[in-house]
Design a protein around this ligand. Structure first.
Ligand SMILES: [Zn+2]
Length: 336
């Protein structure tokens, strides 16, 4: 700064910080890691996500409206509220909808500046709450107000969670006119859109807006559905496990990329099988260790050659030697 003058120095400092602030505060920016903002589909459908419940003043009515219009939604719940209303959480799942993790306490003003420990506490707190009411932990996560920081993605990846953003929103917690809310949402609705909607703020406005939205979309034959995870995550050409078993004999039937994942899946499976064999039951522990070393070397070699467009979760699991998780990702994303 002294060399180039304080004004230049300050400007450079300001610009670099501005970039960091933008990635933190603009929910759809992917600078820290992937954020789902749409899904791939050829049908006239969108994914409705409803945040900040469950709430006794809105959730039951919302379920009634969704039922009436044959729509499905994902409710991004706040753990502390789910703990107060476990029956509402169960009602949501019973009605065929899904839930997502929206943190335990919804610290909307401070979440962006949380360190790894506080972030983990919010995310794990939600999972513990959900487990305590006998419900399986969801795979979707949404940050309070969509704010994120550089610590968030590794924590989500370690727990197999995907960060979900949106592509259609109406600032429905700030607008009082249901008509305007619907207009604003519909402006951004296309096939594969992710709609952000809130409950529990102003029940009357929320319910009126939702009913109008459902009525208008249904009149236009636009359906609200729960996308398959395969539609949300980019995937390689599908290959079945049966085909995989014959892969050694038929490598040339695979494209170059698919072949990479076939080899990786085989290496992972080998290594897991060696770990599964108990070394002391083996007559020859040295041979066992040798096989383990070879399988590990192969995985390490493949890890360093991961294609640039590979799922970041895969790199993460391989880096942490969470091999069964890595194998699941390969199977789910690239080989099914
Ligand atoms: Zn929220």
């Amino acid at each position: 700064m002294l060399a180039v003058g304080w004004l230049w120095g300050l400007s450079i400092l300001f610009a670099s910080h501005l970039l960091l602030v933008a990635v933190t505060t603009i929910p759809s920016l992917q600078g820290f890691g992937p954020v789902l903002t749409k899904y791939s589909t050829t049908t006239k459908t969108a994914w409705l996500t409803i945040d900040d419940g469950p709430d006794p003043d809105t959730t039951p009515q919302i379920l009634g409206l969704l039922e009436k219009y044959g729509a499905r939604a994902t409710f991004f719940l706040i753990g502390a509220k789910a703990a107060r209303h476990p029956e509402l959480t169960r009602m949501i799942l019973h009605a065929g909808h899904t839930i997502g993790n929206h943190t335990q306490t919804h610290p909307r003003f401070s979440f962006w500046r949380f360190g790894p420990r506080a972030l983990a506490r919010e995310i794990d707190g939600f999972e513990a709450t959900i487990a305590s009411i006998g419900v399986a932990a969801p795979i979707w996560f949404r940050a309070p107000a969509g704010l994120k920081n550089p610590f968030l993605h590794p924590i989500l990846a370690a727990r197999g969670l995907q960060l979900v953003g949106w592509s259609a929103r109406a600032f429905d917690t700030q607008i009082d006119d249901p008509k305007r809310i619907v207009e604003r949402i519909k402006r951004s609705i296309v096939s594969g859109a992710i709609i952000l909607f809130h409950e529990a703020h102003r029940p009357t406005v929320c319910l009126e807006a939702l009913e109008q939205l459902l009525r208008e979309l249904s009149a236009e034959q636009f359906r609200l559905v729960l996308p398959q995870s395969s539609q949300l995550l980019p995937r390689r050409r599908p290959v079945s496990w049966k085909t995989l078993l014959n892969a050694n004999r038929s490598r040339r039937h695979f494209g170059c990329m698919d072949q990479y994942y076939v080899v990786l899946a085989e290496a992972l499976r080998d290594r897991l099988a060696v770990i599964g064999d108990h070394p002391f039951r083996d007559q020859n522990p040295d041979a066992h260790l040798e096989r383990l070393k070879q399988a590990s070397q192969r995985i390490e070699e493949l890890r360093t050659r991961l294609p640039p467009d590979a799922d970041p979760m895969l790199a993460h699991y391989l880096g942490r030697m969470s091999l069964s998780k890595a194998l699941e990702v390969v199977q789910e994303r690239y080989l099914r």
